[in-house]
Design a protein around this ligand. Structure first.
Ligand code: ZN
Length: 199
């Protein structure tokens, strides 16, 4: 973690991550119309929360806020699961892009290649499975200053962006599994659900 991130982490308290069964996780997020101080403060709290929970991404829905904003940092996982990104045909230095705040993102697959890779989710701790997704995507979003970012990504960054984009539309990674595979996770899902709605 950089010194700036450490300083911020010391000042900002992590938020509670809601678990499977919370209604926010199944809602479609509202567009962020104005990137003001309250949005910037929420983004910082979400970044701190993501690091605290050892995640590589976090959507606003997961802290109970149904808006089109997610944060990502693929650097801590880089050795095991590398990423690459390009802007205007030129490869980007990944570190300069992280932590990435995606506001009002649009994601489009690039090419036909698709792969299965293991995913997990901070809203479903302990649950992992292989999900098929496009390898390379184009991501168009606003950053925390309201500037438009338009870039292509591969590797974990591509996968994390697609996973978070799903969250912003009320979709969870288990929705991509076959009914049989999803069935194997029912005992754990029922446990989350029982905690979310004890009555
Ligand atoms: Zn997730």
């Amino acid at each position: 973690m950089s010194r700036l991130k450490q300083k911020k982490a010391a000042q900002i308290k992590p938020l509670e991550v809601v678990k499977y069964g919370h209604p926010a996780l199944r809602s479609k997020g509202k567009k962020v119309e104005k990137i003001d101080d309250s949005i910037r403060a929420l983004a910082e709290e979400m970044i701190v929360t993501m690091y605290e929970e050892d995640g590589c991404g976090l959507a606003a829905h997961q802290v109970g806020r149904s808006i089109q904003m997610a944060v990502i940092d693929v650097m801590p996982a880089f050795e095991d699961r590398p990423s690459r990104a390009w802007m205007n045909g030129r490869e980007l230095e990944l570190e300069s892009l992280m932590p990435l705040v995606m506001i009002n993102p649009e994601i489009h697959p690039v090419g036909e290649e698709r792969s299965f890779e293991v995913e997990g989710c901070l809203s479903m701790p302990g649950l992992h499975d292989e999900v098929e997704r496009p390898d390379r995507v184009r991501i168009v979003c606003q950053d925390i200053d309201g500037s438009v970012l338009d870039f292509e990504a591969e590797g974990l960054l591509s996968r994390a962006a697609q996973h978070e984009y799903d969250h912003l539309h009320g979709i969870l990674f288990i929705d991509h599994l076959s009914p049989e595979d999803r069935e194997t996770h029912q005992p754990l899902l029922r446990k989350f659900q029982a905690k979310a709605s004890p009555f």
